[in-house]
Design a protein around this ligand. Sequence first.
Ligand SMILES: [Cu+2]
Length: 143
Amino acid sequence: MLIATTIAVMAVGAAPAAAKQWQVRMVNAGPTGMSAFVPAFLVVAPGDTVKYVAVDKGHNAEAMPTMIPAGATAFKGKTDEEIEVTFTTPGLYGIKCKPHVSMGMVGLIEVKDASNKAELTAIAEKLPPLAKKTMTGLLAQAK
Ligand SMILES: [Cu+2]
C-alpha cells in the first residue's frame, strides 16, 4: 500500500499533464499471424486509460480475475465491444480474449509496477499452451 501510494505520487510529480489514453487493437492477424492484441504488452501510468479497439470482429477484452493486482477490479468487455479501461491500481494485469485464449490471444498491461509478476507467472503455467507461451513472453518484458 505504501509502495502503491509512493508510485502514484511519483507519477503525478513526473507527469503533471492529464492521464494518457492508450489504444490496443484487437485483430485477426497480429505479428505472428494469429488473433492478437496489438500491442500485447503495454506499460502505463496509474490513472491512464486503455481503449480496446475492435479492428476485426469476434474479439473481446477481459481481465483474468486471478491475474490482476490485489485490490483491483476485473473488467469484462463483450464480443465486438470497444471498452475503455482506466487502470488505477499498480501492478500487472493479464488480459484475454475469451473466444481466442486457446489460440494465444492474451495481453499484459503493466501499471507502473510489476510486483505481482511471480504470482502471474505461476498462474500463466495453467493457461492453454498457446496462451501460456504468449503470456510467458509478455511477462518476460515486465520489470
Ligand atoms: Cu479474439
